[in-house]
Design a protein around this ligand. Structure first.
Ligand SMILES: Cc1cc2nc3c(=O)[nH]c(=O)nc-3n(C[C@H](O)[C@H](O)[C@H](O)COP(=O)(O)OP(=O)(O)OC[C@H]3O[C@@H](n4cnc5c(N)ncnc54)[C@H](O)[C@@H]3O)c2cc1C
Ligand SMILES: Cc1ncc(C[n+]2csc(CCOP(=O)(O)OP(=O)(O)O)c2C)c(N)n1
Ligand SMILES: [Mg+2]
Length: 569
């Protein structure tokens, strides 16, 4: 059958199972937009192409399926770069499609011509410049395979206008990925699994480090079986949260820069670390030369380039986490680690007295209260929280106790402010039955708040909780600790967010007292459409504990004990 390149694009996307796409039109992608009307795909018109990429990313993280974004050439394409990099750093499978000027014009500085494959080379897993209609199908099929296989990530397909317009014979089967025949997923040898099992057997103070790979590989049940069989406590990275239910007795909580003190102490005292689908980010390890020095290390990881990258390991197990655990767990003998678990429990008690939740009410509204109440109100339901980047992101990780995988969506590696609102829209598109909350700072909200118009136009009922502290709070915190409180460019004003939401046609209210938090959340949940709540929280609150960048993991700055911080602090 003869089709245009534009038709082939949609034909292939539909066959890849795509039903939702996020994008913004323009001249170089117009043939594709025109053809789109004849295919069963719902298009969400964004307000900025960065939003389209974060929506595709939110869609992907909520489901594990590939999210798709589309934009025109030049500025449309460059606006996508931040979202593509965000997906790259967090191993999120998205496919981005951009229009390109006609193939004969390439290299002439034509109107809206930009070398987007060149620009995105370091932030994509792979990218394509397609200049002929007959190459569209193979590029799309291969892109979907590459985005998902092994360690997932973003792929970009740049299609010239003439490739979209000209026609050729469409043959789906002939376009099956050939050049890059599906690579065998690596698998560790039995002997290595036996070595790992022997290390686990002899360990008295082991800790499992659960990362994003747990969810990516669907290894939640295997992880739980592993932990329970060996009686091994589990610490999570920020992106590993939800891999084991927060309420599971072996779940310690988050590790790293803003991880719980008892978790970091346990890691520093461990005699064995079993890293499961995590990449020893610097936010996780602190200073490498003093990181878990007494511990042997087992690293289960699909990407061989991660092995020995930051932390030297004793037994690398390269492969898909779920499959590796399925082979490892039967080799692990039941372990009695009561002494170790009791020791950890003791340091947990020490932290609890410092917790802001346990401190007497001083009349101030703290972000921790807001997050904790949000958790209380939504914990029974099917709730996804999408956070932005900053202090509120860390408080969310500390005070919202996630029971299920994919219930926290957050930008970890690139730390992209402006992520939350569009990613929440994408997550809601992917999981319309779930309740989706964006927890966002007043700074990050102002970066992509234009996407509220998208939510309204498309009827996407996200709930937005602005943690409004009048500061670029996380940077202010660094200035407080490390720059003698010289607050250069961190005090931040904003519009009246309630009036702003009103102008968008969005239900909204402001909350400044602790007693009003739950009623506002209840009201938002009862409201059918999108909602914005402006939580006016303590301005100079601090995320504790904090491992200063590059410091020893155990050298945490702790919340002063037991003094309550005051507004003057
Ligand atoms: C302000 C701020 C503060 C932060 N503070 C902290 C903090 O205190 N603590 C913290 O943990 N993080 C923190 N982060 C996040 C941190 O920067 C990293 O993003 C995070 O630690 C990465 O977690 P990860 O290694 O589990 O996930 P990723 O970076 O997504 O890595 C996943 C790993 O799993 C592997 N993998 C993928 N699929 C599979 C599979 N099928 N089988 C096996 N392996 C697989 C990948 O190859 C990769 O190596 C912070 C971020 C910000 C913005
Ligand atoms: C796009 C982008 N620019 C700058 C930063 C650096 N940065 C990290 S956290 C932060 C402050 C965020 O402020 P806000 O959104 O109000 O959240 P808060 O920390 O106050 O909760 C900044 C500027 C970033 N992560 N992303
Ligand atoms: Mg702020």
């Amino acid at each position: 059958m003869k089709l245009t390149g534009a038709q082939i694009l949609w034909e292939c996307l539909v066959r890849e199972g795509v039903t939702e796409i996020f994008g913004y039109p323009g001249g170089a992608i117009l043939p594709a937009y025109d053809a789109m009307l004849d295919y069963p795909i719902r298009h969400t018109l964004v307000r900025h192409e960065q939003g389209a990429t974060h929506m595709a990313d939110g869609y992907a993280r909520a489901t594990g399926r590939v999210g798709v974004a589309i934009a025109t050439s030049g500025p449309g394409a460059t606006n996508m770069v931040t979202g593509i990099a965000t997906a790259m750093l967090d191993s999120s499978p998205i496919v981005c499609i951009t229009g390109q000027v006609g193939s004969k014009l390439i290299g002439t500085d034509a109107f809206q011509e930009i070398d987007i494959t060149g620009i995105t080379l370091p932030v994509t897993k792979h990218n394509y410049l397609v200049t002929r209609a007959q190459d569209v199908a193979a590029a799309v099929r291969e892109a979907f395979q590459i985005a998902q296989e092994g360690r997932p990530g973003p792929v970009l397909i740049d299609i010239t206008k003439d490739a979209q317009q000209s026609s050729c014979e469409f043959d789906w089967d002939a376009a099956a990925p050939l050049r890059r025949a599906r690579r065998e997923t690596p698998a560790p040898a039995d002997a290595d699994l036996d070595r790992a099992a022997a290390l686990i057997q002899s360990a008295k103070r082991p800790v499992i480090l659960a990362g994003h790979g747990v969810t990516i590989s669907g290894a939640e049940a295997a992880l739980r079986a592993f932990a329970e069989r060996g009686n091994i406590p589990v610490a999570a990275t920020l992106l590993g949260i939800g891999g084991l239910p927060a309420s599971h007795p072996l779940n310690l909580g988050m590790m790293g820069m803003h991880g719980e003190a008892w978790v970091n102490i346990a890691i520093q005292q461990a005699d064995l670390l079993i890293a499961c689908g995590m990449r020893f980010d610097d936010r996780v390890t602190g200073k490498l030369s003093t990181y878990a020095q007494q511990a042997k290390k087992i690293h289960i990881e699909i990407d061989p380039s991660e092995i020995n990258k930051n932390v030297p390991v004793d037994v690398p197990l390269v492969g898909d986490l779920r499959r590796v655990l399925d082979r490892l767990v039967p080799r692990v003998e039941a372990g009695d680690r009561r002494t170790w678990l009791t020791e950890i429990q003791a340091s947990r008690g020490d932290s609890a007295v410092r917790d802001i939740q346990s401190l007497p009410d001083d009349g101030h509204l703290y972000a921790a209260h807001v997050i904790n109440d949000l958790w209380r109100a939504t914990r029974e339901g099917d709730t996804i929280v999408v956070t932005d980047v900053g202090q509120h992101q860390m408080w969310e990780a500390q005070y919202y106790h996630h029971e299920r995988p994919r219930s926290l969506i957050t930008s970890g590696g690139l730390g992209t402010m402006g992520f939350a609102v569009p990613a929440a829209i994408g997550a809601k598109r992917a999981r319309p039955d779930a309740e989706v909350w964006a927890v966002v700072g007043d700074g990050g909200f102002q970066m992509t708040m234009c996407e509220l118009a998208t939510a309204v136009q498309e009827g996407i009922a996200i709930k937005v909780a602005i943690i409004n502290n009048g500061y670029l709070g996380m940077v202010r915190q660094w200035q407080e600790f490390f720059y003698e409180r010289r607050y250069a460019a961190t005090p931040l004003s904003g519009p009246d967010f309630v009036k702003l939401a009103d102008a968008f046609g969005i239900h909204s209210r402001a909350v400044a007292a602790r007693k009003d938090v739950l009623p506002a959340i209840t009201d938002a949940r009862a409201h059918e459409g999108p909602v914005v709540i402006d939580f006016r929280v303590e301005q100079e609150d601090t995320v504790y504990p904090m491992v200063p960048a590059g410091a020893d993991l155990h050298a945490m700055i702790r919340r002063p004990n037991p003094i309550v911080e005051t507004a003057a602090d």
